[in-house]
Design a protein around this ligand. Structure first.
Ligand code: NAD
Length: 667
């Protein structure tokens, strides 16, 4: 039996142990991934088992075969639970990682943060968020990767194929330490069932966005973006958030940020969630104020909140469709409406049918998948019908990037526009079309983030202050067009400590444009050089200006027909990799579903050196302006303005500008 007393460092260096650890009992007190669909033929099952066993010395195959077969039959995947390490997984201070390369140690820290029980949605299945957003497909991959990172030097690059560490390859100091791809498929093999099959075979995985790229920072990452969306949503309808109602659903990895953001914006938020465990976690965390399980009680409570103009977030434990229908019946006016169930993953637990219990749904999902699919589609039609009743009364409803409109349309729900134009096929806008795209992305504002590698809250506080000073300085000369964004971001960073948003690593999210990102990063690097703070790891969500090509989300406000291309995201990751990123990643899938999006991101370690200063400037400038140039070429006004400004500041930037055709020529 393996000794459990060996240190964390030694366990990491051990990789896959020669003497296998004992099988681990299934821990039902934590949140587990639902059983995945059984999709493999008998022959394919053997292939999946062969694939899993190739991580182990031949002498273990006989013992492991029945165990892995059982996992495959019981859970639909081979997670290799027995290999789960005995040490606690969380973002340790960087100095605690066994490593020859500081950059590699930073990546280990970020990987562990993504798998921290306080952060990850299904930690034992290595899923960080979104129901299927995997860091790895099994624990052997985790162990091998950590060992490679511990052993590698700054003249090597670790190559990650969808969770599988292919190995260390010679490179050079300026190269990324890790290059990650997730779910990259030959396009014809990129349908949801292809994911089920090839993931079950153990040859690919769904990396979501920041899950498989080690850049998830808990729901804080989305609280800021959601706050901006809710604030601007209310601005769009010309109302104050105070005393007005926002109805939505989902309290999961990302969606859980909605009530918190609603509270920061100052409105009344009602958020439905079917999963009792998840609802309780959010209540315990203080991310929701109250939980209600009875619809009549909910109506009464919301009426009271409206009358008293309260800022409050209420979780309704139940199906969102019931809320929309009940509020219509009770004539309760909804100002803003949206949805963040996981409709990018509709058949495997992302969206629960109405009129049946959570348990019944889970059972039906695995045992009667066809019936489950019918129920989901029936619910989507009812969902849209109820929303339509509200929008007829004046509610502003937007798609929140979860493929709601796409799946509802596929289910035959009444969501199509009567007068469609290219890019405006649905009767409701996506939040990017109306809000985030024209107000933020086109100007280069996006979810910049950083993690303090020391793990010290004092470092985070110092970085918050540095970022605030930098933004206030920039704002003095900012043009009128971006004053509102600058103001919102300064307000955010000032309130960030008070809002207690840290879950897991000492991380901060802050929307910033290219100038803001570069100047903040440079100020951090200088503070590190002066020993005022320890190393900082920079990154961003893929849901950004340049990182993601997604026709129904990030690039839904591109109207020149190019929103179904993915050149931008691919260029982004290639460009980041040779301009100094510490690691880069490119994914198929994320947010809206496999085959529906290509997205990428980066991580960059700042260590106070001159090289880091050079790297951050050249890479961050490209990382934002690539997307602005594409948005500008698509004739987006804000982006044309922003790229012209960028060309004024950087003489080496020469971007092709569009000539806008006079509409009268077509009359
Ligand atoms: N707009 C954005 O910026 C943005 C960002 C991230 C994620 N998303 C998208 O939002 C979705 C949610 O992301 P997540 O990480 O929270 O996923 P998640 O799976 O962790 O959470 C979704 C939650 O919805 C609940 N749910 C499903 N059907 C329901 C129903 N009918 N009624 C009530 N609750 C129901 C589930 O139980 C689950 O807890 C995803 O599709 C994701 O891609 C959007």
């Amino acid at each position: 039996m393996q000794k459990t007393t060996i240190s964390f460092k030694d366990q990491v260096l051990e990789g896959i142990p020669h003497i296998l650890p004992q099988p681990k009992p299934f821990n039902s007190s934590i949140n587990h991934a639902p059983k995945r669909k059984s999709i493999l033929t008998e022959e394919e099952e053997k292939l999946a088992l062969r694939n899993a066993l190739r991580y182990f010395d031949k002498k273990h195959h006989k013992d492991l075969l029945p165990e892995f077969k059982n996992e495959l039959n019981t859970y639909g995947r081979i997670y290799m639970y027995r290999l789960r390490p005995d040490y606690k997984i969380y973002a340790r201070p960087i100095a605690e990682y066994p490593a020859k390369s500081k950059q590699a140690a930073a990546i280990m820290l970020m990987i562990q943060n993504n798998l921290d029980h306080a952060v990850a949605q299904h930690p034992h299945e290595l899923i960080t968020y979104g129901g299927n957003g995997a860091v790895f497909s099994n624990w052997a991959q985790y162990r091998l990767t950590m060992k490679y990172l511990a052993e590698m030097n700054d003249k090597q690059t670790l190559v990650m194929y969808s969770g599988h560490p292919m190995g260390l390859f010679p490179s050079h100091e300026e190269a990324p330490r890790v290059v990650v791809t997730n779910g990259m498929m030959i396009p014809n093999y990129s349908k949801p069932d292809d994911w089920e099959k090839f993931n079950a075979l153990g040859v690919t995985q769904y990396g979501q966005m920041t899950a498989g790229s080690y850049m998830y920072i808990g729901p804080q990452g989305i609280v800021h973006g959601t706050t901006i969306t809710v604030l601007n949503g209310f601005r769009k309808i010309g109302k104050e958030p105070k005393g007005n109602l926002f109805v939505t659903s989902g309290l999961g990895g990302m969606s859980g940020a909605q009530p918190k953001a609603g509270n920061i914006a100052g409105c009344i938020t009602v958020c439905a969630e079917v999963n009792p465990k998840i609802t309780q976690v959010r209540l315990d965390q203080g991310w929701i104020d109250e939980k209600i399980t009875d619809l009549n009680e909910l109506v009464a409570r919301v009426k009271q909140a409206k009358a008293e103009k309260e800022t409050i977030s209420i979780a309704y434990l139940g199906n969102i469709v019931d809320v929309w229908e009940k509020f219509d019946e009770a004539n309760l006016y909804i100002d803003l409406g949206s949805d963040q169930t996981s409709l990018h993953n509709p058949w495997a637990g992302g969206y629960y049918p109405v009129d049946q219990s959570f348990e019944e749904s889970n059972d039906m999902m695995t045992n009667q998948p066809e019936l489950f699919k019918e129920k989901v589609q029936e619910t989507l039609r009812r969902h849209a019908k109820a929303i339509n009743k509200h929008t007829a009364k004046g509610t502003y409803f937007f798609d929140y990037g979860n493929a709601f409109l796409l799946e509802a349309s596929r289910a035959g729900a009444d969501v199509m526009s009567k007068n469609p134009t290219i890019g405006r096929e649905f009767k409701f806008p996506s939040y990017v079309q109306d809000i985030m795209g024209p107000m933020c992305f086109d100007y280069g504002f996006g979810p910049f983030r950083w993690v303090c590698a020391s793990g010290k809250p004092e470092d985070l506080l110092k970085t918050d202050k540095i970022a605030c000073v930098v933004l206030e300085e920039i704002m003095k000369h900012s043009p009128e067009e971006i004053q509102q964004q600058m103001m919102d971001n300064i307000q955010w960073i000032k309130g960030a400590q008070e809002n207690k948003l840290v879950v897991g690593s000492q991380a901060r999210i802050l929307y910033a444009d290219a100038e803001g990102r570069m100047k903040i990063a440079d100020a951090f690097n200088k503070a590190i050089a002066k020993n005022e703070i320890s190393e900082v790891i920079l990154g961003r969500d893929h849901h950004d200006v340049s990182g993601t090509d997604s026709p129904y989300r990030e690039t839904s406000n591109i109207y020149d027909g190019s929103r179904f291309t993915s050149d931008m995201a691919i260029h982004n990751v290639i460009g980041d990799s040779f301009r100094g990123a510490t690691w880069v990643s490119i994914h198929n899938g994320g947010g809206v579903g496999w085959g529906e999006v290509i997205n990428g991101g980066f991580g960059m370690v700042l260590d106070g050196s001159k090289e880091a200063s050079k790297r951050l400037k050249q890479m961050l400038f490209w990382d934002v302006n690539n997307g602005i140039s594409r948005r500008s070429w698509a004739r987006n006004e804000g982006a044309i303005f922003a790229i012209k400004r960028a060309m004024e500041t950087e003489p080496n930037l020469k971007v092709t500008l569009p000539n806008v055709v006079d509409d009268n020529l077509f009359r």
